[in-house]
Design a protein around this ligand. Structure first.
Ligand code: HEC
Length: 228
């Protein structure tokens, strides 16, 4: 994973100005959070859609996690994102946040490993057009359901692939396809990572899977990691 200074001039140059002006929109997130609701299909939620995307594609160690906060930008929580001064909820498409994701110059675009997918950008666009709220929903999770296509693949996609694709490969691990995930499932590494056992760091770092999702993946592994 490379993180050249050359690749980040916009964040760097504007951060001073943005710190000075961020007080103008600081009041928005002092409002009470909307109460959690059950996740509805077709709606975008910060908790379900945006947070895992940012953690997996931007908030990794060495980049925009709390410890590194490259160029003063920490994307490890909603509060930190709002405090970073790159996203004004009152003009969400005007700040650096949306700009760097859509940069045509690959040296300035984020993430440095390659652009977000169209589907990911659409999720972010929908969320920004709603004013970037701290929306939280409760995902229905049923431990008796653990198919590859219905459960495991979407989980790996949203919670692991940003840090574990062909270009990022943190820890030398690529989880970008069924056969790659199956290899890690059958050699025991997948379970060690999501359970944080056997001397392996708990994954995703700082954002462990809820127990129901943990159990779903473990049941799928125990069933032989089928492509069902
Ligand atoms: C924010 C980035 C990030 C996310 C998200 C993430 N990982 Fe990792 N992963 C890492 C890093 C960094 C390492 C290397 C850790 C080390 O070497 O100590 C790693 C290492 C691993 C390893 C190898 C461990 C070893 O000791 O060799 C496995 C397996 C793994 N991750 C699985 C997962 C799974 C499964 C998910 C999703 C549930 C996930 N990771 C999500 C960053 C991430």
């Amino acid at each position: 994973m490379s993180m050249s200074k050359k690749g980040m001039p916009t964040w760097l140059n504007l951060s001073g100005i943005l710190v000075l002006t961020s007080g103008f929109w600081a009041c928005k997130h002092d409002l009470p959070e909307p109460p959690p609701e059950n996740c509805q299909e077709g709606k975008v939620y910060y908790s379900k859609d945006i947070a895992p995307l940012l953690l997996s594609n931007c908030g990794m160690p060495g980049c925009h996690d709390a410890a590194t906060s490259a160029d003063g930008v920490n994307l490890s929580s909603y509060e930190e994102l709002m405090n970073s001064g790159i996203l004004n909820p009152n003009a969400p498409f005007n700040g650096d946040f949306w700009e760097v994701l859509n940069e045509s110059d690959p040296d300035k675009r984020m993430p440095p490993s390659g652009p977000l997918s169209v589907a990911q950008l659409n999720l972010i666009q929908q969320w920004l057009s709603e004013g970037a709220p701290n929306s939280i929903c409760t995902e229905g999770c049923d431990t008796s359901q653990f198919t590859w296509t219905g459960v495991v693949q979407p989980l790996i996609q949203s919670k692991c692939q940003g840090c574990h694709n062909a270009s990022t490969q943190n820890g030398g691990i690529n989880l970008a396809s069924y056969s790659l995930v199956k290899t890690q499932a059958l050699n025991g590494m997948l379970n060690k990572a999501i359970a944080g056992s056997g001397g392996v760091q708990l994954m995703p770092p700082g954002n462990p899977l809820p127990s129901c999702q943990l159990s779903q993946i473990q049941s799928w592994i125990a069933a032989g990691a089928p492509e069902n």
